[in-house]
Design a protein around this ligand. Structure first.
Ligand code: ZN
Ligand code: ZN
Length: 188
């Protein structure tokens, strides 16, 4: 290794948020160093706004940890940005593709990501197996208010209400309606 490339590596190590150019799914994209060090490939959506990386960082670092602990093989994860979007984002907050072992994330919260990991570890869409996995993941990987809110979100699904009742011995409170996290979000 030459002196120059060593020096370059040192600089990269010093700033994990630095953007580097990388060929992803056949196209050159700019992604932060930390996103190149995960067990899965991170694929920013078309027209991804680099200011969104800071919102994705904690979610993708946790996903990396979860994939390792749950022995889940993920090929790649698509992430979105929708700064300045008017009205509702016209697609799901996240989904999991069982055939290609890939995750799509629009909502940059840990709950959405764990909801999708729940799908990856179960089958039958939002049935009981999914609700059991999702609640187990929320209890294991979330804390405090984040955990409580996620458990309440389970009440959107009949399966989730059953799991909640079993765990807490009482009916789940009504889950608040979900708003897109991108609505009115300041890119900072
Ligand atoms: Zn989206
Ligand atoms: Zn789902």
């Amino acid at each position: 290794m030459s002196f120059n490339s060593e020096a370059r590596n040192c600089r990269v190590l010093a700033n994990p948020n630095k953007l580097v150019e990388l060929k992803i799914a056949g196209r050159y994209r700019m992604i932060p160093v930390w996103a190149t060090e995960l067990s899965f490939e991170v694929r920013p959506g078309q027209k991804f706004d680099a200011r969104a990386w800071k919102y994705w960082k904690p979610v993708l670092l946790l996903l990396n940890e979860v994939a390792k602990k749950e022995k889940l093989k993920i090929n790649w994860v698509r992430v979105h940005s929708h700064f300045g979007h008017k009205g509702d984002v016209p697609h799901a907050m996240g989904w999991w593709d069982h055939e290609i072992n890939a995750m799509f994330l629009c909502h940059f919260d840990k709950e959405t990501m764990l909801h999708e990991v729940g799908h990856a570890l179960s089958s039958g869409y939002h049935g009981d197996p999914w609700a059991k996995q999702a609640s187990r993941l929320y209890l294991k990987y979330l804390k405090g208010k984040e955990q409580k809110d996620a458990m309440i979100q389970l009440a959107h699904y009949l399966s989730g209400r059953r799991v909640y009742k079993t765990l807490y011995g009482e009916k789940a409170p009504r889950a608040p309606e979900i708003q897109s996290l991108w609505k009115g979000l300041d890119p900072g």
